[in-house]
Design a protein around this ligand. Structure first.
Ligand code: GTP
Length: 356
């Protein structure tokens, strides 16, 4: 079965991290996020993948190549202007002549695709949608089902009093090719709004695949950090180095810490996991890093304090205090930032937005 991964969005909620890098290839555990997603597909026997791109496509193509390194065959479909989730798949329609899979490009999950495909083949609906439970469904697309597992209704972002289920659209679909006939060409069109509800209204069978398996979308700074916490927890308590690193014996590393190749960590530095340092980071003495993710080539000068923050590649924290902050790439922070600040590549500081 072929898969289309939707990677064309601008990733606005992850800005400033996505100003110069598409969300699909932000590093997660020091690997481009798509690598995790492609390995997951490969584990379920899906090796023929179309990437539906719009925002900064060349960066994705440069990073992922033809996919051979990951045991998959990648092809690319590029939109001139954003066509929305459904418009993007329509653009790739010529390559989709059989039942196919569609995935949002920001989902990290262990939903059992093999079982979902099996159920789709047995029940033969027009569309299967994976569902995942969330604590608060009011910000999501809620999907109501009947006792036999067929979808009854889509409710977009229901107010609290109208919530009837906590099962939401997990951004993973199996479709029959004739669903594509409902999508106009070269038109901005969304599955969630413009395709699925009319499909249901026309009486087409739509099957739900509810799953309790791990699922998170990495689309906000908080979720991005949470995904790291979860992935590192799987590794157990350990200091994991990815190449030659210099960790001074008087540095204190606790919890699970992933350290990229070529890092230098000075005496008196304290790093408390879950934490990730990209390749080539320099951490000076008497610094504290807690529960944070540093991309490649980040420099942390003496007496910096970094808690629950994300620091973009090539940036430098010059003795400052950061908590719940997101720092773009290639910038220097010389003063303490208010908690929840975002530092943009052009030097602008937006202060006090709690991570969400
Ligand atoms: P935000 O701006 O933060 O909402 O991020 P986003 O638009 O990148 O992601 P969102 O969660 O809204 O979209 C879900 C998935 O669909 C993501 O993987 C996006 O890359 C993808 N996507 C959204 N719009 C488009 C589009 O117009 N074209 C393509 N190819 N993919 C899209």
């Amino acid at each position: 079965m072929k898969a289309v991964i939707l990677v064309g969005g601008e990733g606005t909620r992850l800005r400033p991290l996505t100003c110069n890098l598409p969300k699909a290839i932000v590093p997660v555990l020091n690997r481009p996020f798509l690598e995790h997603l492609l390995r997951y597909l490969q584990q379920h026997g899906i090796t023929d993948v179309v990437l539906a791109m719009g925002y900064q496509p060349a960066a994705i193509q440069r990073c992922m190549g033809d996919g051979a390194r990951l045991g998959v065959r990648l092809t690319y479909s590029v939109e001139d202007s954003p066509l929305g989730t459904a418009g993007a798949v329509k653009l790739a329609a010529a390559r989709l002549d059989d039942t196919f899979l569609v995935l949002n490009g920001d989902v990290l999950t262990q939903i059992d695709l093999t079982a979902m495909i099996k159920r789709h083949r047995e029940a033969k609906p027009k569309l299967s949608i994976a569902l995942t439970p969330v604590d608060n469904p009011t910000a999501f697309g809620v999907v109501e089902t009947d006792d036999s597992g067929m979808v009854q209704r889509f409710v977009e972002k229901p107010p609290p009093e109208k919530v009837t289920t906590n099962m939401i659209n997990a951004g993973i679909y199996i479709m029959e090719p004739d669903v594509l006939e409902m999508i106009p060409t070269a038109t901005r069109f969304m599955f969630e709004r413009d395709v699925f509800p009319p499909l249901l209204a026309n009486g087409a069978p739509v099957l739900a695949y509810p799953s309790q398996a791990y699922w998170i979308d990495i689309g906000t700074p908080q979720k991005y950090l949470q995904a790291h916490d979860d992935l590192l927890r799987e590794r157990g308590t350990a200091i994991i180095t990815e190449g030659k690193t210099e960790i001074h014996p008087a540095a204190r590393l606790t919890g699970t810490v992933l350290i990229g190749a070529g890092c230098q960590i000075a005496p008196g530095a304290r790093i408390t996991g879950p934490a990730v340092l990209g390749a080539g980071c320099k951490v000076s003495k008497d610094t504290v890093i807690e529960g944070s993710v540093l991309w490649d080539s980040v420099t942390i000068d003496d007496k910096s304090f970094i808690r629950r923050s994300i620091i973009g590649a090539g940036s430098r924290i010059a003795g400052s205090r950061l908590q719940g902050c997101v720092v773009g790439d290639n910038i220097t922070i010389r003063k303490d930032l208010p908690p929840g600040s975002r530092a943009w590549p052009d030097g602008k500081i937006e202060s006090g937005i709690p991570l969400k």
